[in-house]
Design a protein around this ligand. Structure first.
Ligand code: ADP
Ligand code: MG
Length: 260
């Protein structure tokens, strides 16, 4: 390429705010000449570099904005440790169709069985697929909604949250709510019903959610909306955190008390 052409490409890629085009143009030109690419193939390869880089930086921004407590991926998950879990089902969910269909995922099971790990892994997949994601514990979500409510901005906040393709609510059931919290949470769930996805995790079976929300009627109405279009996945077994500790049961892992 002549020096003038290279300068022109530099100028044009700056004008397009597409710096990767400038970087890729001369590098790929050599490759194109060696491999005998057509003009169209060369153009496609250059544009592909720009688009791939934009997608990747968009995904990184969405992952950072999601507020995950740690980075866990589906690839890191050891399915052999969780034989009750259908690997195919998780891989399929990772494909993200549930987000297009506004379906929900509920992960139930005793502590340490990988609920949060899977929720984050699915959230990261969603961010890569271009969806905006927000992660919080149930307690954090209620605090956020209460805050909006006190500022007289609950309706606005709920509408704003609908712009997120995925909201993850971790640890439903660890701490019981006051009744007004249950009502706020119900509003979040119903605003997303058939519109955008939720992933919820809980150590308690649905039958015990009434106690958590302090209101059996609200809990039943909420569960009804959550599970109408949902994959409900039960994790089992001993805590992964304790796997090398010699401890085999935790107090809360008694079957009558935890999600089966
Ligand atoms: P839960 O939310 O069910 O209490 P976590 O998802 O927080 O459990 O898992 C506890 C820890 O064990 C995390 O560090 C997680 O990455 C790890 N872990 C749990 N299950 C698995 C698994 N099957 N494969 C790999 N790591 C796991
Ligand atoms: Mg957890």
């Amino acid at each position: 390429m002549s020096a003038d052409t290279i300068k022109q490409i530099e100028f044009l890629s700056r004008a397009l705010k597409a710096p990767r085009i400038r970087d890729a143009a001369s590098r790929l030109a050599d490759q194109a000449r060696d491999a005998g690419w057509s003009h169209e193939e060369y153009l496609a390869a250059v544009l592909d570099r720009e688009v791939a880089a934009r997608d990747a930086s968009g995904a990184q921004l969405r992952i950072r904005a999601a507020g995950f407590p740690s980075r866990k991926t589906l690839d890191d998950f050891i399915f052999d440790h969780q034989p009750a879990l259908k690997r195919d089902q998780i891989i399929h969910l990772g494909g993200g169709l549930f987000l297009e269909q506004a379906r929900n995922i509920v992960l139930l099971g005793p502590p340490g069985t990988g609920k949060t790990h899977l929720a984050i892994g699915l959230g990261i997949k969603a961010a890569h697929a271009g969806h905006r994601v927000l992660f919080g514990t149930a307690v954090e979500w209620v605090a956020r909604l209460q805050d909006a409510h006190h500022r007289g901005r609950l309706a606005e906040e709920i509408v704003r949250l609908r712009r997120y393709g995925l909201i993850i609510v971790d640890e439903v059931g660890y701490i019981p709510f006051e009744q007004d919290a249950a009502n706020l949470f119900f509003q979040l769930v119903s605003s997303r019903y058939e519109h955008a996805s939720l992933i919820l995790t809980s150590n308690l079976p649905f039958a015990r959610w009434g106690d958590v929300f302090g209101d059996q009627v609200v809990a039943a109405a909420m569960i009804d909306r959550i599970v109408h279009h949902a994959d409900v996945i039960s994790l089992k077994g001993a805590s992964y955190r304790l796997k090398d500790s010699g401890i085999t049961t935790l107090p809360s892992a008694r079957p009558e008390n935890t999600a089966e």
